[in-house]
Design a protein around this ligand. Sequence first.
Ligand code: FAD
Length: 404
Amino acid sequence: MDGSGMAHPVRDIVVVGGSHAGLFAGIALRNAGFRVRIFERAPQVLQGTGGGIRVQPRLAAILQREAGIDLSQFATRTRYDRHLAPRSAGPGNRIVFEQAEEGAFASWSSLYRALVARFGRDDYVLGETCLDAIEASDGAVVRFAGGRSERADLVVYADGIGSAARARLNPSAVLQYAGYVVWRGLVRMDQLSGETRDLIRDARLFVIPGLSHVICYPVPGEDGEPGHRVNAMWYRNVPAGPALEDLMTDREGVHRPTSLKAGSVQQRHIDAFRRAVEAELPPAPAEIFAKAEPFVTTINDVEPFRMAFGRQLLIGDASAATRPHVSASTARALLAAVGLADALKRAGGMDEVRAELSAWEREHVAIAQEFTNRGRMIGRRLQVEGTFVPGDPELTQITMPVAG
Ligand SMILES: Cc1cc2nc3c(=O)[nH]c(=O)nc-3n(C[C@H](O)[C@H](O)[C@H](O)COP(=O)(O)OP(=O)(O)OC[C@H]3O[C@@H](n4cnc5c(N)ncnc54)[C@H](O)[C@@H]3O)c2cc1C
């Protein structure tokens, strides 16, 4: 109901996709008084990689306000950015640059678990793959692969970077491969040597071997695990074409254009990666990668951005994928979710809902564009031009989007 006592034209909202963005939307919209159900295709609660999410102060503040989640309870902290020379510059872990820089990192799974606990399991439906939604003047019918269908006043798709909803609603927005992938690995801190632990426990560790870059930092351990883990990423150029297709084909022969999980990368690619680690990285990051089970993600942009299509909306990575260098995808998804809830609360009738949704789209498309441009600039300087200068605030300091 709005203040006039008239029924709000939006009451039931279906969210498709139950990862971070879907849960942000579910929590924010329910806080605003809407009836929300989340449908996730995975048959069980999601198993994350434990990879890192940079916790920026505003992300933490909004999560605390909207979801009562205190990220500081399960975030690791760093106090320095520390750069090591690549192996080509000589043996050992040689620090070539260091500056004070505060950082806080949650793990993907710790944030996910907190969000599911907050949203609850009653309206969090697993094992339902959305096929599409049919719109009518008074709502939409969301159809699922198993034959289920659900009526909703609005459908929010948070179905990730490979979004099928985006492909239907915004077909000109295709994934544009950025020219490089990120090799990732996670290892428990207590499995590392004392020298490596000393270098990483309070720092983000960087190495820039040629036209590539490595970042490692501590993240919280998985449930029940003693101590922290180290999250390691090495961004490496791989030309589009057969080399990339082969790399992104898993052990079962299935081509996966965006991500291969730990355990599914073909052994000969892992062997080649381990040889490169030995040849190019100083001992600390080399040890981290040597003890991890590596996995690979491609880096992509998605344009043009659109988010609002009548009663169907895109949010999170489904609306736009921004490169990880900007460390802002999670914050962007959260801001869009909170902004959506506020926009819908303000609207009295269906015309106002449409106007609010198009203003919401304009604001959040601009944010996505800004972060895409910034991610491209950082990627170009590191992976193409080799003009990255350690400590350059243009490249390292993260600014949050303006909304929220
Ligand atoms: C290397 C790397 C590092 C990153 N680092 C950071 C960082 O430091 N900080 C940060 O903020 N972000 C970071 N990100 C980005 C961040 O992981 C995502 O932006 C964030 O998790 C939001 O994802 P999402 O919920 O939109 O999509 P996803 O997490 O991809 O979730 C989509 C969900 O939709 C479900 N789904 C898909 N199709 C259907 C369907 N048809 N029906 C039902 N369900 C469906 C999927 O199963 C999945 O659970 C990083 C990303 C990468 C690749």
